[in-house]
Write a protein that binds this ligand. Structure first.
Ligand code: PNS
Length: 170
């Protein structure tokens, strides 16, 4: 009999969004458990530190009542982390065709580096499929309301990063 697949869900998650949580729910339903892997050495100059991004994701998962999820930060190559975790599947969310080129390239590079590691794309619900961390950061920076886009913990941290007069609760 086959061993059950061990799945990891890597990303920058700067910050976690409702779209990410939707993918986590779908991944747990399909793979039974999930390790969320928050990239530590992001070259993108993230808004939140790796520890903040990990803690926010962890709190969001717990607040949403999703079980069997571990949230950790990782450094270096994804394939090395996958090897260390004995992961057999990498989960990525695919929102639109525009995501596909980058995702395909990453999947093929990771396959070249670690052939048995399979990348599986999950499609988020259409009610959250337009959300991106990049737009969330921009909206928050400019004083817009992100409360329908991100879990509450992320909304609170964004409010603290970008205080606006008359903004939502701290
Ligand atoms: O949320 P993101 O920024 O699209 O996630 C990208 C991530 C973290 C999955 C990717 O950058 C990654 O795996 N980085 C680790 C370094 C690595 O393995 N690079 C080679 C494959 S692209």
């Amino acid at each position: 009999m086959h061993e059950p697949a061990r799945a990891i869900y890597p990303g920058s998650f700067d910050p976690v969004t409702n779209g990410h949580l939707d993918i986590v729910r779908r991944a747990v339903e399909n793979f039974g458990a999930l390790t969320v892997a928050v990239l530590r050495n992001a070259t993108k100059n993230p808004l939140f530190t790796a520890d903040e991004r990990r803690d926010m994701f962890d709190e969001a998962v717990r607040a949403a009542g999703i079980e069997d999820v571990r949230v950790v930060a990782f450094d270096g190559l994804l394939v090395d982390f996958a090897r260390q975790e004995h992961a057999t599947v990498v989960v990525r969310g695919l929102r639109a065709i525009s995501d596909f080129e980058y995702e395909l390239q990453m999947a093929l590079i990771n396959r070249r580096l670690l052939p048995h590691l399979e990348t599986v794309f999950l499609v988020p619900g259409e009610d959250v499929s337009f959300i991106s961390s990049r737009f969330v950061r921009e909206i928050a920076r400019l004083g817009g309301d992100v409360s329908s886009l991100v879990p509450d913990v992320a909304r609170r941290r964004l409010d603290r990063k970008f205080p606006h007069p008359g903004g939502a609760t701290p």
